[in-house]
Design a protein around this ligand. Structure first.
Ligand SMILES: *Cc1c(COP(=O)(O)O)cnc(C)c1O
Length: 335
């Protein structure tokens, strides 16, 4: 379905689809069957959901004759880390403009986890502190490439354009194939939603298939969930058009609110509970910013009786565990 789009293959696919039996038992007899789609295990530079997008983004970069990529994110951006790894693998220069935007973190937040790995992959990291001029920093990066005669491919924040979202349209098809082979009809996929490319791609993939589990995105980033809904819808429409799927409408975009807490990257009690529960029930590492909050939402939905015990719900594990090292207090919290 994405055959005409340039793509570089480096993800470990298909990612596993696994049961979570101890978590299910811990949640009691009303809990649905719970499966986890292991997109934390996409294989590139500690993995995560950006790797599927980057197969198409790097394909586009190579098709455009780029010798460098530039992208953006928070200091602990998993997207920036996976972009740096992909660029290293393909021999492209990589610049990362990272915003120091999560208030109240320990100094360790700035150096461990993802930014440590960015530098290890050879990326040039440009940190934007409060009061810094982002435009001037970006212009300096572009001018340096221009003077060296290198074409730069601009990867948007989170890799969320229509090229990147193709990665999740094809992920939806991959998941449907696995469910068919297991003879399972699942009710829903629950995942963390931020820049929107993951959700947009899944929604487009579902419309292309004309069947399959509903897509529930948990807002972990936007103060205004309405704005997130609108941008996911716009990107889902663009993605659907590229793969010849019917156009999505507002009812296809299910973005749930209530799990963000004080803001992007700010810990919540429900996130801490989810991270510890999954580590101790399933040996799975979630992250504090995205998958921990999405799992907190799934736990809430299960406890509220949203699903029947004979239904199946899939948690899309989007990765992010390297950021755990920037939140060391989580591992020392008591239950
Ligand atoms: C980027 C990211 C997400 C959100 O994906 P979007 O496509 O940006 O909505 C979820 N989980 C993790 C771990 C991420 O790094």
């Amino acid at each position: 379905m994405t055959a005409d789009a340039p793509r570089v293959r480096f993800a470990h696919l298909p990612t596993p689809l696994e049961e979570m039996p101890r978590l299910r038992a811990a949640l009691g007899p009303h809990c649905p069957r719970l499966l986890v789609k292991r997109d934390d295990a996409t294989g590139l530079g500690l993995g995560g959901n950006k790797t599927r997008k980057l197969e198409f983004l790097m394909g586009a970069a190579q098709a455009a004759g780029a010798g460098a990529v530039l992208t953006y994110g928070a200091l602990q951006s998993n997207h920036a880390r996976q972009t740096a790894a992909a660029a290293a693998k393909l021999g492209l220069t990589c610049d990362l403009i990272l915003f120091d935007m999560v208030a109240g973190r320990d100094p360790v937040y700035r150096v461990t986890g993802n930014p440590m790995l960015d530098r290890l992959f050879g990326a040039r990291v440009h940190v934007v502190n409060a009061g810094d001029d982002f435009g001037a920093i970006r212009a300096r990066v572009m001018a340096a490439h221009e003077s060296e005669g290198r074409r730069v491919y601009d990867v948007p924040t989170g890799g969320s354009n229509a090229a990147g979202a193709l990665g999740y349209a094809s992920a939806y098809a991959e998941l449907l194939g696995q469910l068919d082979a297991m003879d399972i009809r699942a009710r829903a996929i629950v995942h963390a939603s931020s820049s929107g490319g993951t959700q947009a791609g899944l929604v487009a993939g579902r419309l292309k298939a004309g069947r399959g589990p509903g897509v529930i995105g948990i807002n972990v980033a936007a103060a205004d969930a309405g704005a997130m809904r609108a941008s996911v819808l716009a990107l889902a429409r663009e993605t659907a058009a590229r793969i010849g799927a019917p156009a999505p409408d507002v009812d296809d975009i299910d973005v749930r609110d209530g799990f963000l807490g004080a803001g992007y990257g700010q810990p919540t009690d429900a996130m801490r509970e989810a991270v510890m529960l999954l580590a101790q029930m399933e040996g799975l590492l979630l992250d504090p910013v995205y998958s921990g909050k999405a799992m907190a939402a799934l736990l809430h939905l299960v406890r509220a009786g949203t699903f029947a015990p004979d239904e199946t719900v899939i948690f899309l594990h989007t990765g992010g565990a390297p950021a755990l090292f920037a939140y060391p207090e989580i591992g020392t919290a008591t239950k």
